[in-house]
Structures are given as C-alpha cells and as structure tokens.
Design a protein around this ligand. Sequence first.
Ligand code: NAD
Length: 484
Amino acid sequence: MVARIIPVDPFDLVIFGGTGDLARRKILPGLYRRLADGQMPPEARVVGAARSEIDDAGFRELVREALVEFIPDDVLDAETMDRFLALLHYVQIDAVGETGWNELKQQMRPGVVHVFYFSVGPSLFGPIAERLKHRGIADSDSRIVVEKPFGKDLASARELNESLACHFDETQIYRIDHYLGKETVQNLMAVRFGNMLFEPLWNSQYVDHIQITVAETVGVGGRGEYYDRSGAMRDMVQNHLLQLLCLIAMEPPARYDSDAVRDEKLKVIRALDAVAPDDIVRGQYAEGPDGPGYLEDVGNPRSRTECFLAMRLGVSNWRWAGTPFYLRTGKRLKARASEIAIVFKEAPHSIFDVPRGRHSNILSIRLQPNEGMQLGVTIKEPGPGGMRLIDVPLDMSFAEALGEQAEDIPDAYERLIMDVIRGNQTLFMRGDEVEAAWAWTDPVIAGWEARGHVPSRYDQGSSGPDDALMLLHRDGRRWREIRP
Ligand code: NAD
C-alpha cells in the first residue's frame, strides 16, 4: 500500500529563532522530509529570522549541517538537499527592536499562505506579534505557531494569550503540543470513534483504570536552569499528559473538526478533580554510577523541583466517576517509553477453574518508540493440557498491517506544520484549554509548595521512587513495566 501524498498550498513560512536548536533539530529537517515526499510544494519559501549575523548563504550552510546531523544518511539525498536549500532565505532581525522588519516584509509574497513560527522563548511572543501586525507583515489570513512553554501558571498563560489576542484571532493561533501530532494519538481517535467495538466499553462500568506513562532515560541535560524553575508538572503533565488524558476521556465529538474536538477536551479538563496530597509522588534521581544526580545536574543542592511525578487523578463526570487515571513521567528511568494503557475490568464471572484477578483486556497505545497499538486478549493455551488460559497481544502495529506505508510515518512536527498550512487547528491547543489546564495545575503545585514537600530520591535506571509503586499497590493494582 503506498501512501497518497497531497501537496499543500504554496506558502511562506517564517521561523523566528530559525538558527536555534528546535529549528535545527525538528522544524527544518521535518520540512526537508515533506519536500522529499512531495507534500511541500516547490513554490514554498522558508525564511529564517533570528539574531545571528548571517546572510542567505550562511543560513543555508547552517541548515545543510543540521540536515546532515539530524537526518539519517539513507534518507538524505543531494538533489533534494539542493532543492530544499534553494527555498531558504534569511533575515537578521531583532524581535524586541526595530531592525530587520522591513526586510522581512519584502520576503512575504502575495497570494500564498503566510505562517509565522515563533520558535523563540515566550517572552518574545508578544513583541513579535505586535511588530508583525503593526508593520503590516501579517494580516487576518496569516497564521502564527507558538511553542511550549505556554506560560508557567494561569496568570502568565493569560498574559500570553492576551498579548497574542491583541493582534491575532484565535483561529489564527496554533499552540503546538507535539504529542498531539503523533500518529498513534490520531489513531487512538480512529480506533475509538471508527469502530463499534470499543466505544460502548469506554467508561467506568468496563474500564478498571487507565495508565499514562512518559518515561525518559535522559536527565535534564543542558537545560538544568530552565528545568529547575519548571519541573515535571509544568514541563510534561500540564500539557502533554493532560492532553493525552483528554483524548482518552473526552466524549465523542459530533465531527472531527477543531472546535468540536477541543470543546470536548476542555470539558474533561474542567471535570478533573483536585488531587489529594496522598495521590501525588514527586521524585528526583539520585547520584549513581551512570552520572550525577538531579541536584548536581541543575547545580542547586537545595532544589525541591520534581523530575519525576506520579499521580492518581479522577475525572468527575458520568462516564468516568470511579475510574482512576494514573499518570507518571520522569527522567533517568529504566527505558524511554511513552504508553497509554486502558485496563479493562475482569469478566464478571469465570466459568473456568482459574484464579480471579489474572486476566483482563488491556488496550495499550504506544507513542514512542515503535508507535503502535496492542490489545491484550485472553485465549486458551494451545495444546492438550486442558482449559488453561493465557493472555496474548493482538498486534495493531502499523509496521505489519501497513507495510511500506508505515515506514514513512511523519514525525509529529512535520505533520503539525502541514496542518498549519492546511489551516487545520484540531491538533493544536486552544487558548481556553491551556488556561483551564493551568487553572487545574496551579493549586496542585501551590499545595505541595505550602506543605514544603521534599521530592523522594530514586535510583537512576529504575522505575522511579518506591512510593510511586505504592500509589497503585494500595488500590490493588500495579504499574505496567516500563519497556523500551
Ligand atoms: P535556542 O536558544 O536554541 O534558539 C533561540 C533562537 O531564538 C535563536 O535562533 C536566536 O537567534 C533567536 N532569538 C533569541 N532572541 C532573539 C531576539 N531578541 N530577536 C530575534 N531572534 C532571537 O532555543 P530553542 O531550543 O530552539 O527553543 C526555542 C523555543 O522552543 C523555546 O521557547 C523553547 O522552550 C521551545 N522548545 C524547544 C524545544 C527543543 O527541543 N529545543 C522543544 C520544545 C519547545
């Protein structure tokens, strides 16, 4: 089966922060792949706008090096590289000053889609939005893309929203959460709403609990100072994990369109319970044979910021009352693995002579690595040994079912950028969603700060602090293994 690629309309894409890490690692390599696949039209133009004192040739060289570094050799090809580099331009600009804006305006062509990607820190969102609008560079058809972090609390998120809303309508604003751009996340919606099989069971009557895990093996790396001001709650849970929870918990939208989907997600966030202190576990990795501990990594021996967080969450509505959602994310854990697991209840009565509590169906949705889905079902163990039951996975991974097509699953960033060009906001967070997520997050953080909570230590390469295991044990459940 060969994927049908429909090219998007011609566009001018300006990347503020075009020389930065995110542009070099994700945005530009993603665009290259879209060009290679024939989705990005040859009339497209990409303008890097940043502080570095370079010209078009310097920018092209920088991008060439980035492509060589971040795209596998067997995908990179000289002819496509030349075609891609020819589409690139550069404007040296000061986001908070006056230089470069006239030059940028001259780069914008009439009659094509205009997208401005703010791949810069959030303090520059307002100043850039204002200059784009006041200098007549952006108009009411232009789109802007903003990166995380979208605020550090409700007040700052509101401020950011207002600073953008002064110049752009909500329909023009694309707040990126790259977790929503993953193939499996969209497939989760396809499986839920495209089949009769799952949706009738998708509620507290049949679902025992849900686990969402985003485990990393890396530490805080060079981002120590930023991370220590943020922590896992702000960096991962408020955005990525809550967004995943929303997609699982939301009611079926009437249509697959941006406002219908986002309205349903918003209702879930508003139905989230406050989290009791006993339902939260916070941790920091200790110093170990594999490297320094969190405190050394961030250079702050008294830090109380968590780089591991596990919590038990309730969604108070008719569908989910009584079904806990367990969320877990952390750094320097035993494997890099992101997974959502819907754990169904056991059959109400066993006609077989087997102990209870052993078999239940689990739908696991794997986001990384190896995107795919599995449904665990109970069957008879083959052979003459009588009626013995075993659980086997029904593999819904793309690789087997879709063959070659699955090998070319675009990276989340590629997909999301193409969605911006197509004007599809479904996989982007709306302003009210972000504010609602912060309105839930703020009191949780304020609670542990008021209690002076000190994160537990955990071993590098482990599954996190022991208290996190207890969070499920005391409910008679256990976490799924973190597997690469
Ligand atoms: P970076 O520090 O590597 O790059 C910053 C870019 O902004 C550079 O191109 C710089 O020239 C430009 N810049 C800074 N101040 C400017 C000014 N006054 N005028 C014009 N240009 C200016 O940062 P990054 O890692 O690329 O991150 C960019 C944004 O994306 C940040 O908000 C970050 O939180 C977010 N983000 C980054 C990643 C990542 O993996 N790097 C992931 C998610 C979100």
